[in-house]
Design a protein around this ligand. Structure first.
Ligand SMILES: [Zn+2]
Length: 490
């Protein structure tokens, strides 16, 4: 037995203990080391060494998480208070994304409602999902949850026999400080970028340097959402110019603290925003304000005008513009034909505003080959792989691998958990690190990259790109002194 080799492997496993499962998947021999059994005496192949070296680098590197919907930690202690926290037990981990796989696998909506109800005993919930579990347990959505249950609660196999342990683990974990423990200590995430879904255009977080925030611009142009944006500004909106001032107010107040702006408007239409002058938008805006009916064409015209108004503000304040592209969350709703146009429309946006840094999210899954072409061609196009590792872990690995030998490597943002509950972020980050390691190793193994080439990329993709694109050092400095989090710092 090669003692030195064994020690280094054991040390690595200790260092990355929480991610042991991932290491296990990548190095079958480590299973035995983790269980305290001697490693085989076989000398590892050079390719095995490369795999291990790459994994170690990827698992050690701090990761910037460029997209989440995390609610504030304090909101989690308020229990089942909103649709964002439907229940306060182990089923919560299934409530964002995995519920969709269960419904698509045939689980009746009524059973899902009971499963996520705060009124049903946690112990009684397993039998509601049991019939569908074998069908969904291997999807990315489920794997993220399973890794979280294993690493946080010590539950390897979710079943009737382990539900009590699952619930006990949930309660023990969900305590003050659990966001930092899960995100920083276990997932080794340096900072997150949150697109708050709780109503505010910009969330004044209690953990401003960890839960960094996007300004949500979707309601500035879709609707527009007068109730969401106008009251805080004190502006009485009577004309389009007033609404422009409402938009200005949000940027003047928060652009310094925000990392980017975000829109998920692609859930209702394509991202084909045309440049429309204010004169053309004004009469439509007046109709909308008076709650008069407007045609689809008129609505598009107003949205297009206001989209660019908000994007110009973002650009003036050096904020990148994050746009949802591709796959839809939920089930039984997605019109794939509409999504298919996203990459082509993305190139139009890049052409129409060369000074704007666009971040196209979710690799426009399933049209990710097209997104490689977009990012390769346009200097102002960046691709964020947020959510993609759990939509399709193998496709995400494929995208990442292709990106590195097709598109400049400084244009990929490799991870965003995209979760409301914090627990599965750990699972998602683990899957992403595993996929990134695997893609790099395959490129080396297939002769496209040297081991050195691969290792040189690790810091750039894991955190370097995000730090640069979103100017995170500068934002962190600004966020360290914000008034709204003062109490927390005392
Ligand atoms: Zn999202």
């Amino acid at each position: 037995m090669n003692t030195k080799h064994s020690i280094s492997r054991r040390a690595a496993l200790k260092t990355f203990g929480v991610l042991g499962a991932t290491f296990t998947a990548l190095h079958s021999t480590e299973t035995h080391a983790a269980e305290g059994i001697a490693l085989p005496t076989r000398k590892p192949t050079r390719s095995g060494d490369a795999r291990k070296t790459i994994s170690e680098h990827v698992f050690k590197a701090p990761l910037v998480d460029t997209h989440e919907h995390l609610i504030e930690e304090k909101q989690r202690f308020e229990g089942a208070t909103s649709s964002r926290v439907p229940c306060d037990d182990w089923a919560l981990l299934f409530s964002h994304y995995l519920n969709s796989d269960l419904l698509v696998a045939g689980m009746p909506q009524a059973d899902m409602n009971r499963f996520l109800s705060p009124k049903v005993e946690p112990a009684a919930k397993w039998k509601l999902i049991a019939p569908y579990w074998p069908a969904v347990k291997n999807t990315g959505y489920a794997q993220a949850v399973r890794i979280a249950c294993r690493e946080l609660y010590g539950v390897d196999d979710i079943s009737a026999a382990t539900v009590a342990k699952l619930q006990a683990g949930y309660e023990k974990t969900r305590r003050a400080g659990f966001y930092r423990r899960i995100l920083c200590d276990l997932a080794r995430i340096e900072s997150c970028q949150v697109n708050s879904l709780t109503g505010e255009a910009f969330k004044e977080s209690d953990m401003p340097t960890l839960l960094m925030q996007d300004i949500s611009i979707v309601g500035m142009f879709a609707g527009p959402s007068f109730k969401q944006y106008a009251p805080a500004t004190g502006i009485d909106v009577k004309a389009l110019s007033d609404w422009h001032n409402v938009i200005n107010w949000w940027f003047e107040r928060y652009a310094k603290y925000a990392v980017a702006v975000k829109s998920q408007n692609a859930y209702s239409r394509d991202i084909d925003y045309a440049r429309v002058p204010a004169e053309k938008a004004e009469p439509v805006f007046a109709k909308v304000l008076q709650k008069e009916p407007v045609s689809a064409d008129e609505r598009k015209l107003l949205e297009d005008h206001l989209f660019w108004y908000a994007v110009e503000q973002a650009t003036r304040h050096a904020l990148p513009v994050k746009l949802h592209t591709g796959y839809y969350a939920g089930q039984n709703s997605m019109p794939l034909g509409r999504l298919q146009h996203n990459p082509s429309s993305a190139t139009d946006l890049c052409r129409l505003s060369p000074d704007t840094q666009f971040v196209f999210m979710h690799i426009a899954y399933p049209y990710y080959e097209e997104m490689l072409a977009v990012a390769k061609q346009w200097a102002n196009a960046h691709v964020d792989m947020c959510w993609s590792w759990i939509i399709s872990p193998v496709a995400a690995k494929d995208y990442f691998k292709k990106h590195l030998v097709t598109v400049p490597a400084n244009k990929v943002l490799p991870f965003g958990g995209d979760y409301i509950p914090v627990e599965p972020v750990l699972g998602h980050a683990t899957i992403a690190r595993r996929g990134i390691s695997q893609a790099l190793f395959e490129l080396v193994d297939e002769g496209w990259l040297t081991l050195n080439d691969a290792l040189e990329l690790v810091d750039m993709v894991m955190h370097g790109n995000a730090r640069r694109i979103f100017r995170l050092a500068q934002k962190t400095e600004a966020l360290k002194t914000v008034e709204w989090a003062k109490e927390r710092r005392l």
